[in-house]
Design a protein around this ligand. Structure first.
Ligand code: CU
Length: 422
C-alpha cells in the first residue's frame, strides 16, 4: 500500500509539505553588540552584524581578550515548522561571532559539553602551530567535560572562521562553525578605505535533514535537504538593511560541501577580500555574482544607491529550495488523465500534480499534509504572493528613510516604476 508520502514522491512533488503558505516574518537584522559598538568607536571600525546571530562577548584579563566557547547540542529552528537537534557553540549555530582587532592578544576557552571529543581550528588565522586545533596532529582531543585554552596574537585583519577538526564530517554537518572577524589596527585607511556603514557576516551551509526527520545526517555528500544563511532558511533569514547611500560589506564564509555563486540584484559589488585577508585595491573587481567556494571566505562591498527590495541569493536554483525530494520522477508535460482516476480508487484524496510545472506544488502539498517537521520547498511570501524560493535567499532592503535596525516592511514602488500587465 502506497503511503501518502510515497505518492508525493512518486508524483514529483519535490515540495514536501509543512504548514501551507507560511508567511513567517523574518526578524530584523541583528544589531551589533554593545561591546563591539563601544570598541569600534574607540578603535575606528564598524562592528559586524551577524543576521539571525550574535557576537561573542569577551572579558579583558591582563590585556588579553578572553572569549568562551561552549561546544554543545541544542534544538535549532531553521524556519517555523522545522526544528532539529543540532550541534554548535553557546546554544547556537553558527556559534557567536568572535570580533577582535589586529594586534590583539586573544585567549579562547573551549568547553566541551558534547558526548564525543572535539577541538577548534581557527580557519585562516596565522598562529603558532600548537594553536591550530587539528586533533591528533596539533593537540590531543578535548574530551567531554574538559575545557582547553587557545591563546595567540592576531597578526592580520580579515574575515575568518572557526570550526572543529575532530570528527569533522559529523561535527560540521550538525552545525559547528562560526565567524572570527579581525578588524585592521589602523581603521579604514589604505586598502581598507573607505569605511563601511554596515558590515554583515553570513555563513553558508547545507543540511541533510531528511523529510520527517529531526537530526541532520552526517553521511550525505551531495544531496542535501536544506541550504542556509547563518543556519536559517528563507523566509526566516533576516533581511539586510541599508539606508540609501550607505556603503555595505557582506562577509561570506562557506563551510558547506558545495560552491555557492552568490548573486545580488540591483547593485554591482566589489569583491574586496577573501581567504588571504584584504585584497589590494588593484585586485578588486566589480561583479553581480561571485562564487564562494567550499572552505572559502569572500567580502563583497557596494554602495546601496538603488532603493527597493533586492534579492540576494545563491544562484544554484536548488539551493534556494527547502526540503528537496531527490530521485523523484519528472511529471512535467505528462498527461496524467485516466491514471488519476485509477489511483483515486485506491487513494480517494489523490491529486495529479506537476504536469504544468512545479509552481502549484507548495499549496497542494500543504493542503495534503506531509511528513512532520518538513518545510514546503519554497514557502516565502512577498507583497505579490509566493516568492517561489526558500533556502539561501534573503532581501536587501534599501530605503531613503531607514531608521536604525528596524525592518521597514515591503518597498512602496513610486508611481510608474513597476512592471505592468498589458
Ligand atoms: Cu548555493
Amino acid at each position: 500500500m502506497m503511503t501518502r508520502r510515497g505518492l508525493i514522491r512518486l508524483l514529483g512533488a519535490g515540495a514536501l509539505a509543512g504548514p501551507a503558505a507560511l508567511a513567517a516574518a523574518a526578524r530584523a537584522d541583528a544589531a551589533p553588540a554593545a561591546q563591539a559598538v563601544e570598541e569600534g568607536r574607540r578603535r575606528g571600525y564598524t562592528p559586524v552584524r551577524t543576521p539571525n546571530g550574535r557576537a561573542l562577548p569577551f572579558v579583558l584579563r591582563g590585556g588579553v581578550k578572553e572569549f568562551h566557547l561552549v561546544a554543545e547540542e541544542f534544538e535549532h529552528e531553521f524556519a517555523p515548522g522545522c526544528r532539529a537537534r543540532c550541534w554548535g557553540y553557546n546554544g547556537s549555530t553558527p556559534g557567536p561571532t568572535i570580533e577582535a582587532v589586529e594586534g590583539d592578544r586573544v585567549r579562547i576557552l573551549v568547553s566541551n559539553r558534547l558526548s564525543e571529543p572535539t577541538s577548534v581550528h581557527w580557519h585562516g588565522i596565522l598562529l603558532p602551530n600548537g594553536m591550530d586545533g587539528v586533533c591528533g596532529l596539533n593537540q590531543p582531543p578535548i574530551q567531554p567535560g574538559e575545557t582547553w585554552a587557545y591563546e595567540f596574537t592576531l597578526r592580520q585583519a580579515g574575515t575568518h572562521m572557526y570550526h572543529p577538526h575532530a570528527d569533522e564530517m559529523t561535527q560540521m554537518a550538525l552545525g559547528m562553525m562560526g565567524f572570527f572577524i579581525i578588524h585592521p589596527k589602523d581603521g579604514a585607511s589604505g586598502d581598507y578605505a573607505p569605511p563601511v556603514d554596515r558590515d554583515y557576516a553570513i555563513m553558508l551551509h547545507n543540511w541533510a535533514l531528511h523529510p520527517g526527520s529531526y537530526r541532520p545526517d552526517p553521511s550525505i555528500m551531495l544531496e542535501f535537504d536544506l541550504w542556509s544563511f547563518n543556519s536559517k532558511v528563507f523566509p526566516a533569514t533576516a533581511p539586510l538593511l541599508a539606508r540609501t547611500g550607505e556603503r555595505v560589506r557582506i562577509r561570506l564564509g562557506n563551510v558547506s560541501m558545495w560552491n555557492h555563486p552568490m548573486h545580488l540584484h540591483g547593485h554591482r559589488f566589489w569583491v574586496t577580500g577573501g581567504d588571504g585577508d584584504r585584497w589590494p585595491r588593484s585586485a578588486w573587481r566589480p561583479e553581480v555574482t561571485h562564487i564562494v567556494g567550499v572552505g572559502q571566505m569572500r567580502d563583497f562591498e557596494f554602495v546601496a544607491d538603488n532603493p527597493g527590495d533586492w534579492a540576494f541569493h545563491c544562484h544554484m536554483s536548488h539551493h534556494t529550495m527547502n526540503a528537496m525530494g531527490h530521485g523523484i520522477p519528472n511529471p512535467v508535460g505528462v498527461d496524467q488523465r485516466g491514471v488519476e482516476d485509477d489511483i483515486r480508487k485506491l487513494l480517494p484524496d489523490y491529486m495529479a500534480m506537476g504536469a504544468k510545472g512545479m509552481a502549484g506544488m507548495d499549496e497542494m502539498a500543504g493542503a495534503m499534509g506531509g511528513p512532520a517537521n518538513t518545510l514546503p520547498m519554497s514557502m516565502g511570501r512577498g507583497p505579490f504572493g509566493t516568492v517561489g524560493m526558500g533556502g539561501m535567499f534573503t532581501v536587501l532592503k534599501v530605503r531613503d528613510d531607514l531608521r536604525g535596525d528596524t525592518d521597514p516592511g515591503w518597498y512602496r514602488y513610486p508611481q510608474g516604476t513597476r512592471a505592468w500587465k498589458v
